[in-house]
Design a protein around this ligand. Structure first.
Ligand code: SF4
Ligand code: SF4
Length: 212
């Protein structure tokens, strides 16, 4: 196969799992239990197609541009596409299509479910890594933003703006990130350097989740 990086590339995406469908001999990649890509193996376990989703209009357009992308083999031909594993599609273009497929399937879930699947809060925090999680705090998503340090019954200003006001899944959907609300919502124990790093890490977590 021309794309030896593909398994590592797909598994590096946030919250992705894979399995082998033995009857079809497909390696399937899932997000939230839904398939977004597959490597189709022949009887000798050699890849012959890579399947993924695109918006129907984008898929149709790309199939007219490149001979090595065809309607999804053994799949819904409107939404799914197959790339020949030994074809001439450039690596960067295939990576772009796989990214699009991941985003399309993820965005089919409700916004709350997207945050749950990714294990990230609206601002990109991984609450499971916080020392207070599970004892003092249930985590941002579980508390619908009303975390203890915001005061009784009050939502974190970022959650209130992102989820309650704008109805975004995360701040990655907003062109202003990181905004004044982020800059004003600060753990008072942080130094300026720690706070700057915390913002960088959260933006980076949202980017790694393919959401920016
Ligand atoms: S909301 Fe804040 S305090 Fe609570 S678990 Fe998440 S990071 Fe920790
Ligand atoms: S304005 Fe700030 S807090 Fe509100 S959605 Fe945009 S980035 Fe998030």
């Amino acid at each position: 196969m021309k794309y030896p990086w593909i398994d590592e590339y797909l598994m590096a995406k946030h919250s992705v799992t894979k399995d082998l469908q033995p009857e079809w001999n497909w390696i399937r990649y899932h997000i939230g239990g839904k398939m977004f890509a597959a490597i189709l193996l022949d009887d000798d376990d050699k890849p012959y197609y890579i399947n993924f989703k695109l918006e129907p209009t984008e898929g149709e357009f790309m199939r007219k541009q490149y001979a090595d992308i065809i309607p999804g083999y053994y799949s819904n031909k409107q939404h799914w596409n197959s790339v020949r594993a030994d074809g001439e599609i450039p690596d960067n273009l295939l990576k772009h299509w796989l990214d699009r497929s991941y985003q399309l399937v993820l965005k089919d879930f409700s916004k709350a479910k997207q945050r749950e699947i990714l294990g990230l809060s609206a601002c990109g925090t991984d609450c499971s890594a916080c020392p207070l999680h599970g004892n003092m705090c249930t985590g941002c998503n579980e508390a619908c933003g009303k975390v203890f340090h915001c005061g009784e019954g009050k939502a974190c200003p970022i959650y209130a703006c992102c989820v309650n006001k704008h109805r975004f899944a995360t701040c990655a959907s907003c062109g202003q990130m990181p905004c004044d609300v982020w800059n004003a919502t600060r753990d008072p124990s942080y130094t300026d350097e720690q706070f700057r790093k915390s913002i960088e890490d959260r933006v980076s977590a949202l980017k790694n989740a393919g959401l920016v």
